[in-house]
Design a binder for this molecule. Structure first.
Ligand SMILES: [Zn+2]
Length: 273
């Protein structure tokens, strides 16, 4: 158990006890009690200003594990919302008609492992929660809500998504977005409708805007020269949100455009027209 977890357990001890009084029917499946989950997950109440990625980073858990464990259909969370923060695995709620073989395959683990971990004999009942230790993949319903994006700026792609030699450090690295070469001061447009969750300085990115599209996708716009939106603001696809620039770790004027699906950077190119 890492120090972080010890701290988290201590910090959440009191609220957890209070929650356990009211929430055991909700989080325990048939014949399962909250105490059975306490070693596998913490119950966290979302506070104002929290984001899923910040919570995930705080507890050192992938965003996708939190999304799957809570059956979320987007990365949008709200104050007062209670989230299970899983530890060393994912809590899966069995859906009607789902077989153990399907569940195990969806997470890239063996049926036997799921069976042993959960003391299961026979097929799991719908509504039951199964603990999937260290899943290789996480099936995400949110990706069903995929939508197309519009180009945030038009220009030549000077660096694509994927492995590259870092332009400043000269070492192999992974480029988490695409770079679009445009003159400084070019209007940058929201790639899709959503809510601005960040507008400010972030190391590496320079001046950065982040938009949560409330369907599991977030877009990042980096190296800006001027911000024209603020956090909490709703934007429509094509709205001007900033002016492009050359701030942060940048070797010339361009827009760094990044798409994250449930917290993980994905290649933006297939999502653009
Ligand atoms: Zn870039």
């Amino acid at each position: 158990m890492s120090n972080l977890w010890v701290f988290a357990v201590l910090a959440l001890c009191v609220p957890l006890v209070l929650f356990s009084l009211t929430l055991s029917p909700e989080i325990g499946g048939p014949s399962q009690t909250l105490s059975a989950w306490q070693s596998m997950a913490l119950l966290y109440e979302v506070r104002s200003g929290d984001t899923l990625s910040a919570i995930a980073a705080r507890y050192d858990v992938p965003v996708s594990w939190i999304v799957a464990s809570n059956g979320l259909s987007s990365t949008t969370i709200y104050p007062g919302q209670k989230l299970l923060i899983p530890k060393d695995g994912v809590l899966h709620t069995v859906k009607t008609g789902e077989t153990l073989a399907q569940i195990a395959a969806a997470y890239g683990v063996s049926e036997d492992l799921v069976r042993k971990t959960n003391g299961l004999s026979g097929e799991p009942q719908p509504g039951m929660r199964l603990f999937i230790p260290e899943p290789k993949t996480v099936p995400l319903t949110a990706s069903a809500a995929i939508q197309g994006f519009v180009w945030p700026v038009r220009g030549q792609i000077s660096s694509s998504f994927g492995p590259r030699i870092h332009p400043i450090y000269g070492i192999p690295s992974f480029h988490t977005g695409i770079d679009i070469a445009v003159p400084e001061g070019t209007p940058v447009r929201a790639a899709a409708a959503g809510r601005v969750t960040f507008a400010g300085w972030e190391s590496g990115f320079g001046l950065l805007v982040v938009i949560d599209h409330e369907n599991g996708y977030e877009t990042y716009y980096g190296h800006l020269s001027k911000l024209l939106v603020s956090p909490g603001q709703m934007v429509s696809a094509g709205d001007t949100i900033a002016l492009s620039g050359n701030t942060g770790l940048s070797t010339g004027p361009h827009l760094h455009f990044e798409v994250r699906q449930l917290g993980t950077p994905v290649d933006p190119r297939p999502l653009l027209p």
